[in-house]
Design a protein around this ligand. Structure first.
Ligand SMILES: *[C@@H]1O[C@H](CO)[C@@H](O)[C@H](O)[C@H]1NC(C)=O
Length: 161
């Protein structure tokens, strides 16, 4: 198994593009609060069906994420709410493939945290006929250093895939 660009930790994620109003099925969600809100509360408009009455939840779509909580979370790395998606096709040579994935993502994370938009895309040639494509991104509430730290943590967890 291998991880592709959807190594989607909550911090290695998608931005709110204007065209992101997307009604497709979400990629993943967590109802991370145990606390319930009461009727007529401002919480959970979008996540109401999946996380009824919960005071904290997060949901990912292809092009955006939505998170709410009764606990302040801006500017803090979220190491708890994370998930993996993988491409089920096998690569021909995992021994050489896996280090190349790591090299590409390290290069992209170094570009991403230094970019004001906090993302970077790129590719790496695998052999004469194939290329590896990558994407690294942070939510923009993080500091540059936390973005870097966060992406490094994500990359270090790749072997778990
Ligand atoms: C929240 O509501 C659910 C469903 O009604 C209930 O099972 C749960 O015990 C409640 N949690 C708390 C912390 O009150």
């Amino acid at each position: 198994m291998l991880c592709s660009k959807y190594i989607s930790f909550s911090f290695l994620l998608f931005s709110l593009f204007l065209h992101a109003v997307n009604c497709a099925d979400p990629l993943y969600h967590f109802c991370f609060s145990q606390e319930n809100y009461t009727a007529n509360s401002p919480y959970g408009k979008e996540l109401g069906d999946r996380c009824p009455h919960k005071k904290g939840a997060i949901i990912w779509y292809d092009n955006c994420l939505l998170k709410y909580s009764n606990i302040h979370f801006f500017g803090e790395i979220d190491n708890k709410n994370k998930f993996y998606l993988w491409n089920v096709q096998d690569v021909e040579n995992p021994t050489s493939f896996n280090p190349k994935v790591k090299d590409l993502l390290i290069r992209l994370s170094n570009k991403a945290y230094a970019n004001p938009k906090f993302y970077a895309t790129g590719d790496l040639k695998l052999d004469s006929s194939s290329k590896l494509y990558g994407w690294a991104q942070c939510t923009r509430d993080l500091s540059g250093l936390d973005c870097k730290k966060c992406l490094e943590t994500a990359i270090s967890e790749l072997p778990n895939c």
